[in-house]
Design a protein around this ligand. Structure first.
Ligand code: C2E
Ligand code: MG
Ligand code: MG
Length: 640
């Protein structure tokens, strides 16, 4: 039974008892005074009415008390809930990361929270009773504050960015919302301001802008900012009928430093180069790093190529002194391309592109020099673009051909293997050698498709030779260094081997020294995986790159191919003789096969045989030819 039901039962029992007692007492009292039964009955009836009135009064009193109690309970509950809500609001008020400030209707601060204390650096006591203008930074004018008050008056609130001052004097931005608070009758009582310190966001925005325009390594302007400055310089030059010039600077063989001494040293060198360039060029010049080892200088107010040439010469001279990096004395040279406005270009983009073409010319004519832009360079550049799009078409139309050059065993003179060399059967230009399109294919990424195609053709051809009884030990296929580092190479080679069914032991992959010396661990892993397929690996053009003997020892290669540049000097050039002899000795001591390419005369073959070189390849043995034209029987005698 519930408490209220129990109370009701108790009240009913009490009421019943009272009724009995009342009736008993009054009855006894009346019967002791009245003897006449009619009169007694009359008074008993009146007594009954009296009891009804007393009961009604009792019930009225009890009920009103009950209502009172009930009414009192509701208001107590409401008070309790209000207190709870206030406690929660106070906790939120104190825990929130936003600063909160409450003023009375006159603008005097009556309350602040903990976050405000943390953000502004003032204590509660220092702010309560004062006005919010104590935080004024001086950043905004009177008009600004007037607009805030107007908005508060008209709309009852305002929000926006406002700069305030902390106690330590620092000014900072905050995002603020102010609201006017009115009572039940609509009369203004308080203002509440809630704000967030947005200096961190602002700082990261500034940092983003800086990063977007500055090279993080050297702190120099990057390509984006440099192009913008070039545009401004051109606009200025156009207005004032003057000129400007652009020097594009690229370090020669920087990759060797990166590969051999590591990227840390490479980075430090780039920083030092940036500083040295800044040292040469003061105000009126913009020195930028465009990416990698490429820098650029914008020379404002310069319309004469000779002035730009003088500065380019100065750059080359300045680079000559050694750079001291991490106890290494490093020597680097640079190449410079020059383009001048308005002579060579009409806008910033052209100026940059033409300086780049001039740089290309400087590099290809022997490096460590400068070159001026000429119109004919654009023709070359356009030609390169044309070749790239033509090459894409050539792949689709199957205009590429694989030629095979014989490789002979020097001891027996017998033809024992072939090297697959790609050619392009161009519809109008005739047979184009790989030197004219492989570098372009490498730059445009088409090389992956070309190498994949040559690999597949060569493996199929080798299978056909095997089937027709031609006894060859290997077919060698060149793999571009661009492709060598990529994981797809392994998938490609294993798929081609499976598809063609060629015995992997008959396939040799030629990679250049630079491909296996750079990113050494990646190259090593790639070589291990390829070796696990059962094929052989050869290092092509050995001696032209930058090998570390220690690294060479770790590589799972079976053959070194001495570059034809050294063979060409045989037998007269003593340096070449010494190099070739050393490479052969090195290969033998490492248990590697050694193969000389570019043999054009019998004397060269003789000397190589004397030095105990294993294999020979060159025009003297046979030029690269289509598969059907190979002469299997040819075994030219090295000794007469
Ligand atoms: P490489 O792999 O060093 O090929 C040897 C080059 O020397 C070939 O030039 C060959 O024709 C040439 N050669 C052979 N014997 C003599 C000689 O006695 N005297 C002279 N002066 N040259 C000789 P080619 O075919 O023009 O190839 C040039 C380079 O193009 C190759 O050098 C190789 O690096 C690249 N290459 C050729 N085919 C491919 C290919 O399918 N894929 C890739 N990635 N590169 C290829
Ligand atoms: Mg080769
Ligand atoms: Mg070679």
């Amino acid at each position: 039974m519930s408490a209220s039901s129990r109370n009701a039962l108790r009240a009913a029992l009490l009421y019943g008892l009272l009724s009995v007692v009342w009736l008993q007492i009054t009855d006894h009292f009346l019967s002791s005074f009245l003897d006449d039964p009619a009169q007694l009955a009359h008074w008993q009836l009146i007594n009954g009415y009296v009891w009804v009135f007393v009961s009604a009064a009792l019930i009225f009193v009890a009920r009103s008390r009950l209502l009172n109690i009930l009414g009192g309970g509701t208001s107590l509950k409401r008070q309790r809930q209000d207190r709870e809500r206030l406690r929660q609001a106070a906790a939120v008020f104190d825990c929130t990361r936003e600063g909160v400030l409450v003023t009375d209707r006159n603008g005097l601060i009556v309350h602040v929270n903990r976050a405000l204390v943390e953000i502004t650096g003032y204590t509660v006591a220092e702010v309560v009773g004062r006005r919010p203008n104590m935080f004024k930074s001086g950043h905004h004018d009177l008009e600004f504050y007037q607009s805030v008050f107007k908005s508060l008056q008209d709309a009852g609130n305002w929000q926006g960015e406002i700069w305030n001052r902390r106690k330590n004097g620092e000014i900072y931005p905050q995002w603020q919302t102010v609201r006017a608070i009115a009572d039940d009758k609509g009369r203004l009582t308080h203002y509440v301001a809630v704000f967030t310190d947005i200096s961190a966001i602002k700082n990261s925005q500034t940092e983003l802008v800086r990063l977007a325009h500055q090279d993080p390594l050297t702190d120099l302007p990057n390509r984006l900012l440099f192009t913008d400055r070039a545009e401004q310089a051109i606009a200025y030059a156009q207005r004032h009928k003057t000129g400007c010039a652009l020097l594009m600077i690229d370090l020669d063989h920087f990759k060797i430093i990166n590969d051999s001494l590591g990227h840390n040293v490479g980075d430090l060198l780039l920083k030092a180069v940036g500083e040295r360039l800044q040292g040469i060029f003061g105000k009126g010049y913009t020195v930028a790093r465009l990416g990698g080892d490429e820098f650029a200088v914008l020379i404002e107010s310069c319309s004469k190529a000779s002035q730009a040439e003088g500065l380019a010469q100065k750059v080359l001279e300045t680079m000559k002194a050694a750079f001291e990096i991490n106890q290494h004395q490093l020597f680097v040279s640079a190449s410079v391309g020059i383009s001048v406005f308005p002579g060579d270009a009409q806008n910033a983009e052209q100026l940059l592109r033409n300086a780049d073409s001039a740089l290309f010319k400087a590099k290809s004519s022997g490096r460590e020099g400068y070159a001026l832009y000429t119109e004919e360079l654009t023709v070359h550049a356009l030609n390169r673009i044309e070749v790239a799009s033509d090459l894409r078409r050539a792949l689709e139309l199957q205009e590429l051909r694989v030629y095979y050059q014989p490789v002979h065993d020097l001891k027996t003179s017998r033809l024992i293997g072939v090297e697959a060399l790609v050619r392009w059967q161009h519809p109008s230009r005739g047979l184009v050698p790989p030197g004219e399109f492989i570098p372009i294919a490498e730059r445009t990424g088409l090389i992956a498709e070309i190498d994949a195609w040559v690999l597949e053709q060569s493996c199929r051809q080798m299978c056909q030779w095997q089937a027709s009884g031609v006894n060859l030990s290997f077919v060698a296929v060149n793999i571009s260094s661009r492709l060598f580092a990529r994981p797809e190479l392994y998938t490609l080679v294993s798929t081609v081997l499976t598809d063609t069914g060629l015995d992997p032991a008959l396939l040799e992959l030629e990679v250049t020294e630079s491909a296996v010396m750079e990113d050494s661990q990646g190259a090593l892993d790639q070589m291990d995986r390829l070796r696990a397929l059962g094929l052989r690996l050869a290092i092509d053009d050995f001696g032209t790159g930058f090998s570390s003997l220690l690294r060479l020892k770790q590589l799972p290669v079976q053959k070194l191919k001495i570059d034809q540049g050294f063979v060409a000097g045989l037998p007269e050039d003593n340096d070449d003789v010494a190099i070739v002899r050393a490479v052969i000795a090195l290969s033998q001591s490492m248990g590697l096969q050694v193969h000389a390419e570019g043999i054009e005369h019998v004397e060269q073959a003789q000397l190589l045989l004397d030095f105990k070189c294993d294999l020979g390849q060159g025009y003297w043995f046979g030029r690269p030819v289509p598969a059907s034209e190979l002469d299997w029987q040819r075994a030219p005698a090295i000794r007469t």
